[in-house]
Design a protein around this ligand. Structure first.
Ligand code: RB5
Length: 150
């Protein structure tokens, strides 16, 4: 796996899973940038945390981002507002692998209320260990960066 920090963040509904994934990353010897939140009981707004990880990845402060909210959806929508971010909601190991191979996703989002902890842990490993396939996918990913507007 190449070097560089992994930025992690969640809202309150994703806090517990974020902490588990953060610990896994730290135990794997990776540099982890925790951008919050810091409690499962203090209600916060997921767009703030999606934007924080998006900024870290877009600026190069982090090479990948990990987001968790209740569903993974809201926080991924927030991150995807940043044109340099390709955030994918992942529910299984196969989608974690394919979004790296085909979409060159640089942020992965999980829904703590949707996914089993062990599946999320394995999916994150696969997400970080899988390289972009390039080839026929490169032009499609380049179109994403252009904004996909007609
Ligand atoms: C918070 O209750 C919940 O709405 C949020 O975590 C997320 O699921 C939104 O998409």
């Amino acid at each position: 796996m190449p070097g560089g920090a992994i930025a992690v963040a969640s809202d309150h509904a994703g806090f517990d899973l974020k902490e588990i994934l953060k610990r896994d990353l730290q135990e794997a010897g990776l540099d982890v940038l925790d951008l919050g939140t810091s409690s499962a009981t203090q209600s916060v707004d997921y767009p703030d945390f999606g934007a924080a990880v998006a900024d870290a990845v877009a600026s190069g402060k982090a090479r990948r981002g990990v987001l968790v909210c209740g569903t993974g959806i809201g926080i991924s929508i927030a991150a995807n507002r940043n044109p340099k971010v390709r955030a994918a909601v992942v529910h299984d190991v196969t989608s974690a692998r394919l979004t790296r191979l085909h979409n060159d996703a640089n942020v992965v989002a999980f829904g703590q209320r949707m996914i089993g902890t062990e599946v999320a842990r394995e999916a994150l490993k696969v997400f970080l260990d899988t390289a972009f396939e390039g080839g026929r996918h490169a032009g499609r990913v380049a179109k994403l960066s252009k904004g996909c507007t007609k």
